[in-house]
Design a protein around this ligand. Structure first.
Ligand SMILES: O=C(O)CCC(=O)C(=O)O
Length: 396
């Protein structure tokens, strides 16, 4: 007969008694039936999740927010200017908005969620093939934020994949080949989200010009290209068309003590725009008016947020917003983020259209490589990368 030991003894056995099991990720730990959260995941008291009503579970908390809604279809209709302005307002006030009526077939979204869940359900040996300490690897499986540097780990595993510009079959050969159809389904999703990001970015650029010169009805005749687009907007859009797309597939397994840890700690995203698809399990929280509020999943829609590059490019008009993810005890959760920016080797700086004597540049030039160097050399904390890009004399 098996004699039951203490929860701590069971847990020590489950994680192998040594630190190395943590590096296999939280899916691995959760599959071993942990009942007590290992110390490595326990946040200091002041960093633990807490909500006003004292309810810690995002599944039950009433403290949720409805993000401003953007009807994507209307961007192609007579009310385009109204939608452009409402996106500008959402970026300025919230840094987050919800996109509906985007036209991406439901099947592509459900396939993406299913193939993400399917990837993490595979045996550890299959997932482990993509584990790499190289932050520049085009495919990387890992856990926490930076598992080698984080002093306290967080309760998430991830698969990061870089989307090549052509998305041709040959260029996807580094991507996982299982579950079956992984490459096909993820590539379909990546193409659709790339298109959506381009349409949104064009609207965001127009919105920035309107905010900067509110009395302008539109670009002057000299500044319109043959296809009717403001030349300045057109130039920037060329950078986005050739730009980078990074996808992060996240998995948050049930957590034995979710009130002691987080799925992801407070952070901002580094690109221009992040498009987030979540399954039906709540967990995402945004920092809004000094409070953490839950973004309840709206089936078939995307939560979109401003990233650090857009904060820099907009010269601080828009701010990348802190968000975090709560863990929960009962249900596994998956999400997929698609992060869009200029090409990896391009420089990001405040848009010249927005900078003049009255509005001096507030940020240093930056690039994706500079961000990667920064985060691979230290524990990423909140927005400290962005802080490092602010010009010293500017009080923003
Ligand atoms: O899982 C989520 O809802 C958010 C994920 C996220 O913030 C990220 O991957 O940066």
């Amino acid at each position: 007969m098996k004699v039951e030991g203490s929860a701590e003894e069971d847990n020590r056995a489950a994680v192998g008694g040594r630190g190395h099991a943590y590096e296999k990720g939280v899916k691995y730990l959760s599959e071993r039936g942990l009942t007590v959260l290992p110390d490595k995941y326990v946040l200091p008291l002041h960093e633990r999740p807490r909500s006003k009503d004292g309810n810690l579970s995002p599944l039950r908390s009433g403290n949720s927010i409805r993000l401003p809604m953007v009807d994507f279809r209307e961007l192609r209709g007579p009310n385009r200017r109204g939608v452009v302005e409402s996106i500008a307002e959402a970026c300025g006030k919230h840094g987050f908005f919800q996109v509906v009526n985007h036209g991406i077939p439901t099947e592509i979204l459900t396939d993406m969620i299913d193939v993400t869940a399917g990837f993490f359900k595979q045996p550890f040996e299959e997932r482990e093939r993509y584990m790499s300490p190289d932050m520049f690897s085009p495919v990387r499986y890992g856990t926490s934020m930076n598992q080698k540097k984080d002093s306290v780990l967080c309760w998430r595993d991830f698969l990061k994949i870089t989307c090549p510009p052509t998305m041709s079959e040959g260029s996807l050969r580094h991507w996982p080949s299982s579950p079956a159809d992984f490459r096909k389904l993820v590539a379909n999703y990546a193409r659709e989200t790339k298109h959506m990001s381009l349409v949104l970015m064009e609207a965001i650029l127009e919105g920035l010009l309107i905010l900067h010169k509110p009395n302008n009805e539109g670009p002057g005749v000299d500044n319109i290209s043959d296809d009717g687009i403001d030349r300045e907007v057109g130039n920037v859009m060329e950078m986005f068309k050739a730009g980078s797309q990074l996808m992060v597939m996240n998995c948050y397994p049930p957590c034995p003590q979710p009130n002691l840890t987080l799925g992801m700690p407070p952070h901002s995203d580094y690109g221009f725009l992040t498009l987030l698809l979540q399954d039906e399990v709540a967990g995402l929280q945004v920092h809004h008016e000094e409070e953490w509020v839950t973004v309840d999943p709206v089936p078939g829609s995307f939560a979109v947020n401003v990233g650090d590059h857009l904060e820099i490019f907009s010269n601080g008009r828009y701010r990348s917003v802190f968000h975090r993810v709560l863990a929960n005890h009962e249900m596994s959760r998956v999400s997929v983020v698609s992060i869009h920016s200029f090409p990896f080797d391009a420089t990001v700086r405040p848009w010249t259209e927005l900078v003049d004597e009255a509005n001096p540049s507030l940020y240093r030039d930056t690039s994706f490589a500079c961000f990667m160097d920064y985060i691979s050399s230290r524990e990423p904390k909140k927005k400290n990368f962005l802080e490092s890009r602010k010009l010293p004399s500017q009080n923003i």
